[in-house]
Design a binder for this molecule. Structure first.
Ligand SMILES: [Zn+2]
Length: 212
């Protein structure tokens, strides 16, 4: 039985590589608030959220890589609309811009704490959009905001839907119409130059067998 499982595991990547189209690789560029020079989250925090997003978006042929971290002294918290807008001047081209602030507050309901938001703003005359997350956002929030970023503004509160708040079994998923919108948005953003896909990492050479 163990041998059979091992054989299946050995075959699985090969079969997958043949069947699945290669995913589009998009860079997420993190900009982290750093009051007094101390970032509100560390690299491992960011990496965990990108890893979770990659697991969730794998069925949709979309993959993310974490770019270098930039830190900013202000705003540390995003409490009002102007704080969110102020981040626009730090937007980098051709990547998904992710801002991490200490505290993120709702701008409509006073006192309501938010964990993440997909925010549209202007930089000069140009429209930009980006993800803002709070330093206490759990691992799944980034993928939810990325679903908003890629063409799905409306929530769908069905169990397990990525764009809703109702948990389901296993990883959250997109419905077929949401997936179609995601793919269309990605194509549009790549075509316009808003996003520039990265080359996939080279496949490392197979390690020499050391026997068993
Ligand atoms: Zn949402």
């Amino acid at each position: 039985m163990i041998r059979l499982i091992a054989a299946l595991l050995a075959l699985a990547p090969l079969a997958e590589a043949k069947a699945a189209p290669s995913p589009t690789l998009i860079e997420i560029r993190p900009v982290v608030a750093a009051p007094d020079g101390a970032p509100v989250v560390d690299r491992a925090w960011l990496e965990a959220r990108v890893a979770r997003s990659n697991a969730i978006f794998a069925p949709y042929d979309l993959r993310f890589t974490l770019g270098p971290t930039e830190t900013i002294a202000a705003p540390v918290d995003a409490r009002v609309r102007a704080d969110r807008d102020a981040l626009a001047k730090h937007v980098a081209p051709a990547v998904v811009n992710l801002f991490v602030v200490g505290t993120l507050m709702d701008i409509h309901e006073e006192g309501r704490v938010r964990r993440g938001v997909h925010w549209k703003a202007r930089r000069g005359g140009r429209r930009v959009h980006y993800v803002i997350m709070a330093s206490y956002a759990s691992e799944g929030i980034l993928a939810h905001e990325l679903a908003h970023f890629f063409g799905n503004p409306k929530h769908r509160h069905r169990p397990g839907n990525l764009v809703g708040y109702v948990p389901g079994l296993g990883l959250p998923t997109l419905d077929p119409d949401q997936e179609a919108r995601m793919r269309r948005a990605l194509r549009r953003m790549v075509k316009s130059g808003e996003l520039a896909p990265r080359d996939p990492p080279a496949v490392p050479p197979r390690a020499p067998s050391t026997g068993e």
